[in-house]
Design a protein around this ligand. Structure first.
Ligand code: F6R
Length: 241
């Protein structure tokens, strides 16, 4: 495990470094990308570097990590909406370089999970899984309890996730209760797993993730099993961790 400790201000650049290094090593890299607030600054920094001609992202392939079930495609709060705004549109990633969940209806959810896993296999696996850390130790929507072999699947949101996502939905009562997520199993099969964490509100769960026992109660604790594991964390998240 490599821990990249950054100042608060250098965090986004360090996240962008992980992405840029992956793309430099393999221009058609397959990137599994989290949304949420943590990686956004890193995505913007990557977009800036691409614009400046420092990174060539014309061949990257992008795989969606997770999605709410039952949200229309054009709803800006869908996780696809986040990905579209922050990564796909600015980097001009077109449909044939994108693998995503299509789960506007709950009836489609099981099939969408199988399609996504098949797609990862056809792409030859993941070069990088870039993950955020949930307040309850989730990665993607692998909610506790979750073992290291968990497949890509339909998951009911944990109450802690409903609470933490309420800010995006205008209150807990509006947060969708069902999600789909790439499983911890396929995530751990990635050639490189990077966990990005910022802020002192993540300090306790980061400490458990890095130093606590491997446990289904903290799904991120299993990331230590990855072939290559990098943690990018700012000093606020790491202090005392
Ligand atoms: C989102 C995702 C989630 C978030 C996690 C942290 O695609 O997979 O697991 O990464 O909830 O969210 P933020 O970064 O908003 O604190």
């Amino acid at each position: 495990m490599d821990v990249v400790r950054t100042s608060v201000t250098d965090f986004d650049a360090a996240v962008a470094d992980v992405l840029a290094e992956t793309i430099a090593a393999r221009p058609d890299a397959v990137l599994l990308l989290a949304t949420g607030s943590t990686p956004i600054g890193g995505f913007r920094e990557l977009v800036r570097r691409v614009g400046a001609g420092d990174v060539d992202a014309r061949r990257i392939r992008v795989v969606q990590l997770d999605e709410y079930v039952g949200i229309p495609d054009d709803d800006r709060r869908s996780l696809y909406g986040w990905l579209e705004r922050e990564v796909l549109a600015p980097l001009e990633v077109d449909e044939d370089r994108l693998l995503r969940f299509r789960v506007e209806s709950a009836d489609d959810a099981e099939a969408a999970c199988a399609t996504l896993d098949d797609g990862i296999g056809r792409l030859g696996g993941l070069d990088l899984a870039l993950l955020g850390l949930g307040p309850n130790g989730h990665v993607g929507f692998n909610e506790p309890p979750c073992g290291p072999d968990a497949p890509t699947r339909v998951v009911a949101l944990d109450p802690a996730s409903v609470t933490s996502n309420a800010r995006y939905w205008g209150g807990e009562e509006h947060v969708p209760r069902l999600s789909v997520t790439v499983g911890l199993g396929p995530i751990l099969a990635a050639r490189h797993v990077a966990l990005v964490v910022q802020g002192d509100h993540k300090r306790g769960i980061l400490r458990q993730t890095l130093e606590g026992p491997e446990t289904p109660q903290v799904p991120a604790s299993y990331l230590r099993r990855a072939t290559r594991y990098t943690v990018v964390a700012d000093e606020d998240a790491l202090d005392g961790a």
